[in-house]
Design a protein around this ligand. Structure first.
Ligand code: GLY
Length: 370
C-alpha cells in the first residue's frame, strides 16, 4: 500500500513515501542516502514515548544506529533556546556534512529540526518522518523550516528541502480525534484550492477516513502531497502559486493571534474556519455561487469540525481588531491584505484586491452569531 510522490526540484528533488508500516522500513529506505550508518533524531517527548522504539527497531533492521534528543512538545519549542539546544546537541553528536538528521514528529519538530539542519555546518541533509496528519500533508513537504519570533510565527527560517519524507499513516492512529481533524482541515484545503474532484471524494470518504480506514487515509495523504509537490515544483520560494497553499490562512492567522496561539484554536481548526470564511467572502464578491460556501461549511460540520467563529470557545475581539491582526500577517505586501479567494470549489487564486469594508462586514456578520 506504499505510494510515492516525487517532488521535482532539480538537484534538490526527493520522494515522499506514504503508507502504513514505513517506520519498520526506515533503515532500508534511508540507508541509500548515507555514508555512515548512523542518524541523529530530533523528536518530542510525546512522540518519543509512543514511537521512538519502533523507529530505533526500523533503523536497526538495516544496521543503522540512532541517537535521539526529545524536546518538549508544543509550539513554544519553536524558539531560539530549543533551536540552540538542538544545534549544540547535533554538534555534540559530531554530526558531519555527510550525515543525516531526522525530524521525527509533527510540524513543530519538522520546522525546528529542518532549520537546525539548514544552519548546522552551513547545511546538512535531513529526513522528515512526520507523525501528525498536518505534518504529513503539509509541513514536512516543501522545505519551509524555521522557528517563531516574539514578533510572530515562523518569522525566522530558511528554505531547506528534505532528502526524503517517510509518512507512516499507521502512526496517525495514536493522534487524538481533535488533532486528526485539525490536520484534516489542511486536507480539505487542497480540494478547495485546486481539485474539485478531490473535495467530492472527501465528502464521500471523509467519515471513513476519520474512523481509521487505512486505504482512505493513504489516498487522502497521497493526493494532498501530490498537489503540494506540484505547486512547490512550480514555485519553490513562494513568488506566486505557492501562496495558494495559504487558502484560509489570512483569517486563520488573525484568529490564532486573537486566541493567543492557545489550545482554544489549533492551527488546522483555524484553517478550516478560514476556508469557510474565504469562500463566504468569494460569494459576497460575486466570484462564486452562494452554494459553494454552504457546501464547504456542510462538509466541515459533517466531519464534526470547527466551522464558524462561534465554535471557538471564549471571547473574540471585534471585527476591526481582527482585520488589524490580519494586517500583521507576514504575507502582507506593501501594506495590502492578501487573500486567497475562489471562483468555485477547486478554483482558488491570489488577490490583494479586496475592499477592507467587505472583510469588515463579513467578520461583523460572523461575530454576530457568537
Ligand atoms: N504551508 C504552506 C507552504 O508550505 O507553503
Amino acid at each position: 500500500m506504499i505510494k510515492t510522490v516525487h517532488v521535482a526540484l532539480g538537484t534538490r528533488s526527493y520522494d515522499v513515501e506514504i503508507g502504513p508500516g514505513l517506520l519498520a522500513q526506515t533503515g532500508a529506505r534511508i540507508a541509500p542516502l548515507m555514508k555512515r550508518r548512523r542518524v541523529c533524531v530530533l523528536t518530542d517527548e510525546t512522540v518519543a514515548s509512543l514511537h521512538l522504539e519502533a523507529l530505533r527497531d526500523g533503523l536497526a533492521a538495516a544496521g543503522v544506529a540512532m541517537e535521539a534528543l526529545a524536546l518538549p512538545p508544543g509550539e513554544a519549542t519553536k524558539s531560539w533556546p530549543h533551536l540552540q539546544r538542538a544545534v549544540d546537541w547535533l554538534l555534540d553528536q559530531k554530526v558531519e556534512r555527510n550525515d543525516i538528521v531526522v525530524a521525527f514528529g509533527g510540524g513543530v519538530i519538522g520546522d525546528l529540526a529542518g532549520f537546525a539542519a539548514a544552519i548546522l555546518r552551513r547545511g546538512v541533509r535531513f529526513v522528515q518522518i512526520p507523525t501528525s496528519l498536518l505534518a504529513q500533508v503539509d509541513s514536512s513537504v516543501g522545505g519551509k523550516t524555521g522557528i517563531n519570533a516574539t514578533h510572530g510565527k515562523n518569522l525566522i527560517g530558511a528554505f531547506h528541502q528534505p532528502s526524503l519524507v517517510l509518512a507512516d499513516t499507521a502512526v496517525l492512529g495514536t493522534l487524538t480525534a481533535r488533532d486528526f481533524l485539525a490536520g484534516y482541515g489542511e486536507v480539505v484545503k487542497y480540494g478547495l484550492l485546486g481539485d474539485a474532484a478531490f473535495f467530492d471524494w472527501l465528502e464521500g470518504q471523509g467519515p471513513a477516513l476519520a474512523a481509521g480506514d487505512m486505504a482512505a487515509r493513504v489516498e487522502a495523504v497521497t493526493r494532498s502531497v501530490q498537489m503540494k509537490a506540484d505547486i512547490v515544483a512550480r514555485d519553490e520560494t513562494e513568488q506566486g502559486d505557492r501562496a495558494l497553499l495559504n487558502l484560509g490562512h489570512t483569517f486563520c492567522h488573525a484568529l490564532e493571534a486573537a486566541t493567543g496561539y492557545s489550545d482554544r484554536l489549533l492551527h488546522g481548526e483555524g484553517v478550516a474556519i478560514g476556508c469557510a470564511l474565504a469562500f463566504e467572502l468569494s460569494a459576497r464578491l460575486g466570484l462564486c455561487s452562494q452554494e459553494d460556501p454552504s457546501r464547504v461549511r456542510a462538509h466541515l460540520k459533517a466531519m464534526g469540525m470547527k466551522t464558524d467563529l462561534s465554535d471557538i470557545p471564549g471571547d473574540l475581539p471585534d471585527a476591526a481588531a481582527l482585520v488589524d491582526l490580519m494586517a500583521q500577517d507576514k504575507k502582507v505586501v506593501d501594506g495590502q491584505l492578501r487573500f486567497i479567494l475562489a471562483r468555485g470549489i477547486g478554483q482558488a487564486f491570489v488577490t490583494s484586491d479586496v475592499p477592507r469594508e467587505m472583510v469588515l462586514s463579513l467578520l461583523e456578520d460572523a461575530l454576530a452569531t457568537c
